[in-house]
Design a binder for this molecule. Structure first.
Ligand code: PRT
Ligand code: ZN
Length: 285
């Protein structure tokens, strides 16, 4: 049977989460000590552990069929691969930063300035589209120290909490790109592999649909049901089941975590009792 080959980061910020995602899709990866590659136990899948920088190239060439990595790396490497799913973890932004003591007048500030980055292609494209002339200093790492040592007037780097910038006396002045972990795919997958990929995507989507949602059960007097239904959309609409106790019903539905507490309060005010809230593991829509 044909196997689908997936490339994930060997060690770094996305490694654990990538394996966790496969786990949530019911795919057990045997190898704990991370060789170069391993096989899934219960899905026709081979897992390759690579540096994230190399994943776009390997997927373009078909050494791997699919891969998980930061969108920023996909844009920077400019390989012929398709981004097929955003995965919701590894979120960050690619921003311009300058010394906190400098005054910032907008992007034109950078005209004629030197900017240090590990993402020269994204940066070059951005400024040439704006018609602003900058000198790009490509460096491999520790970009945040470039202004302090006099290598550049500003930097362009990944920011997540912003504390690295602050620790280095910098301030974030413009965001060029938002990024998160994505799944990419080779552009000429066989039909057998496409089928395996679709199965995997179906599982990923079911997992993502369940995230941030709760299953809710409650009892309510029948006269309150119309108002309760207005509060609870459910997947289609809430299920209403009569209770043995006459004049009462049990209501089942799905709630979003965002407005969860607000809705619980409103439901209580409408007379809901015995409210049960249950985590949703997967949601097939
Ligand atoms: O060895 P390999 O090449 O595989 O790994 P790597 O060192 O290139 O990448 P890694 O593991 O650091 O990051 C992998 C991916 O995680 C990146 O490509 C991003 O898509 C994503 N990501 C999310 C981040 C961050 N958040 C992040 N905060 N990548 C790097 N950082 C660094 C950033 O470079 C800066 O030094 O963290 C610092 C900023 O963090 P804050 O929180 O202080 O703002
Ligand atoms: Zn890397």
């Amino acid at each position: 049977m044909e196997k689908i080959k997936i490339a994930i980061q060997k060690s770094g910020r996305l490694s654990e989460k990538s394996l966790e995602l496969l786990g949530e899709c019911g795919i057990k990866v045997a190898n704990g000590n991370r060789k170069l590659k391993t096989e899934a136990k219960n899905f026709p899948m081979e897992i390759l552990f690579l540096r994230d920088d190399d994943i776009p190239q390997y997927v373009e060439q078909g050494v791997a069929d699919i891969g998980i990595l930061g969108e920023n790396e996909v844009w920077e490497k400019e390989k012929n691969v398709d981004i097929i799913e955003k995965l919701g973890f590894g979120t960050c932004r690619l921003s311009l930063a300058i010394s906190k003591d400098e005054e910032y007048s907008g992007l034109a500030y950078f005209n004629g300035k030197r900017i240090a980055t590990s993402y020269p292609k994204i940066l070059k494209k951005f400024f040439s589209e704006k018609g602003i002339n900058v000198k790009i200093e490509e460096i491999g790492g520790s970009v945040e120290i470039a202004t302090g040592i006099g290598l550049a007037d500003g930097i362009f780097d990944i920011v997540s909490t912003g504390s690295t910038l602050i620790m280095n006396g910098l301030k974030e002045v413009d965001t060029i790109l938002k990024s998160e972990a994505v799944m990419i795919a080779n552009q000429q997958l066989s039909s057998a592999k496409t089928q395996l990929l679709n199965e995997l995507l179906f599982r990923i989507k079911s997992y993502k649909n369940g995230l941030g949602r709760k299953y809710i059960l409650l009892n309510a007097p029948n006269e309150a049901i119309p108002d309760i239904i207005k509060l609870l959309p459910g997947m289609r609409s809430p299920s209403i089941l009569p209770l043995a106790d006459e004049g009462w019903s049990s209501v089942h539905s799905v709630l979003n975590e965002d407005d969860f507490w607000e809705k619980i309060d409103a439901l209580k005010n409408l007379g809901a009792e015995g409210i049960l809230v249950i985590p949703i593991e997967k949601m097939i829509v």
